[in-house]
Design a protein around this ligand. Structure first.
Ligand code: GLU
Length: 420
């Protein structure tokens, strides 16, 4: 038993075990690669609008420091635990290494329900969290970014809280900031854009005609909404299903994603958006489509539905959407489902975060075209490497992607020694 013991962490460990066996990693190196370098838990007392004081639990896990500072998002979610944070940090490590970013993985967050907080309460939670984290983060040690439940405004409060402590503006302490306070052009759209770039690459490889293809996108946050919009407007794919935590909608004639986005902007969610049929969350993922993009939470493709999903391409916009049991089932289905694994598929976010950090450190300002062009070049390189490795060794795409990441970390650990 250890402090990380939880279902999501066990899943990340099981995935790692598969890779460790495939790479034949020495027994002496396995725990060292898997367990986080360090983890912080903080209690955050916050004044609520009604005059009461509520305490929230906050976490930050820094997985390894072998390749540079740690990097990773900040998740505000009701059931966030140390174990889930550690799993997400581990995935960030393999993601950064796969994409050649000079970082170890990190993740953090606060166990809170953002839908129940007022804007002022959210600001107090955000500032208090960063305040408690000041001793443990820094532009050269650990750089925060956004994740589920946080946005550009939260990143701006983080940056401001850290900067006030230092006495000058420290842009490079956090990424995903608004452009007005040192954010980069193209960060908000980066993850969704990356997902769609890779879907287009996969369609091209599989000789699929985008104009004749349909997509179902689960999740309508920063990743899912941008991916759905861009699939429809840029790639010419018909988006037949969208969903969020309040509703799942299906319309075989296509959904007006722009209208859905405007609706969510006004109302906050898809609950009252009335285009298409309302579908149960479970059935939604099993509907026929060419592209299925889970862009919400972990383990939605699992033992119960991996045999039933009907897509040709599974594009993992979320972190950990497919469980190891589901992976085994998908593997048995052979060529039927082309998986774009999460650490490749959703890497656009952290890649552009890296660009934002670099621009911050050097006081540069790149144009959106420059950012997007550089993003696609990195994704292209990683995509090719993953496909080649999978073909060479006849292994699933996830095994190939994770193996490339894990290999880079272990090589660096061997070169540097036992400490980092
Ligand atoms: N939360 C994003 C991820 O899971 C990005 C984090 C960042 O930009 O640091 O990859």
């Amino acid at each position: 038993m250890h402090i990380y013991d939880d279902e999501v962490f066990r899943m990340a460990c099981e995935q790692f075990r598969v890779i460790a066996n495939y790479l034949n990693i020495d027994k002496n190196d396995r725990d060292r690669l898997m367990f986080p370098k360090r983890a912080m838990a903080v209690t955050l007392p916050v004044h609520m609008d009604d005059g009461t004081t509520e305490t929230f639990q906050g976490y930050r896990v820094q997985h390894h420091l072998t390749l540079g500072p740690t990097k990773g998002g900040t998740r505000f979610a009701p059931n966030l635990s140390m174990g889930e944070t550690a799993a997400l940090a581990m995935w960030m490590s393999w993601k950064c290494a796969l994409n050649h970013l000079p970082y170890g993985g990190a993740k953090g967050g606060v166990a809170c329900d953002v839908t129940k907080l007022s804007t002022r309460e959210l600001e107090r939670v955000s500032r208090r969290y960063m305040q408690e984290m000041i001793p443990f983060v820094g532009p050269k040690t650990d750089i925060m970014g956004p994740d589920m439940g946080t946005n550009e405004q939260v990143m701006a409060w983080f940056m401001d809280t850290y900067s006030m402590h230092q006495g000058y503006a420290v842009n490079e302490i956090v990424t995903g900031k608004p452009v007005s306070v040192g954010g980069t052009e193209g960060r908000r759209e980066a993850t969704g854009r990356g997902v769609v770039y890779l879907i287009e690459r996969a369609m091209d490889m599989l000789k699929m005609n985008p104009e004749k293809s349909t997509a179902i996108v689960q999740g309508f946050g920063n990743v899912g909404s941008v991916a759905a919009l861009s699939l429809g407007l840029k790639s010419g794919v018909k988006v037949v299903g969208i969903s969020d935590h309040t509703a799942a909608l299906y319309n075989p004639n296509g959904i007006d994603v722009k209208a859905a986005e405007q609706h969510v902007r006004k109302k906050g969610n898809l609950r009252a958006f009335d285009e298409g049929d309302r579908i149960g969350a479970k059935e939604f993922l099993e509907l026929p489509c060419d592209i299925l993009a889970p862009c919400a939470i972990d383990r939605v493709i699992n033992e119960s539905n991996a045999g039933k999903i009907k897509c040709r391409i599974l594009a993992e916009g979320a972190n950990g959407p497919t469980s190891p049991e589901a992976d085994k089932i998908l593997e048995k289905r052979g060529e039927e489902v082309f998986v774009i694994p999460d650490i490749l598929c959703n890497a656009g976010g952290v890649i552009v975060s890296y660009f934002e950090w670099v621009q911050g450190l050097q006081a540069f300002m790149w144009s959106e075209t420059e950012v997007t062009d550089k993003l696609f070049r990195i994704l292209e390189h990683s995509f090719i490497q993953v496909i080649r490795r999978a073909k060479r060794d006849n292994i699933p795409h996830r095994t190939a992607a994770m193996a490339i990441g894990v290999e880079r970390v272990i090589q660096a650990k061997h070169t540097r020694g036992l400490f980092p």
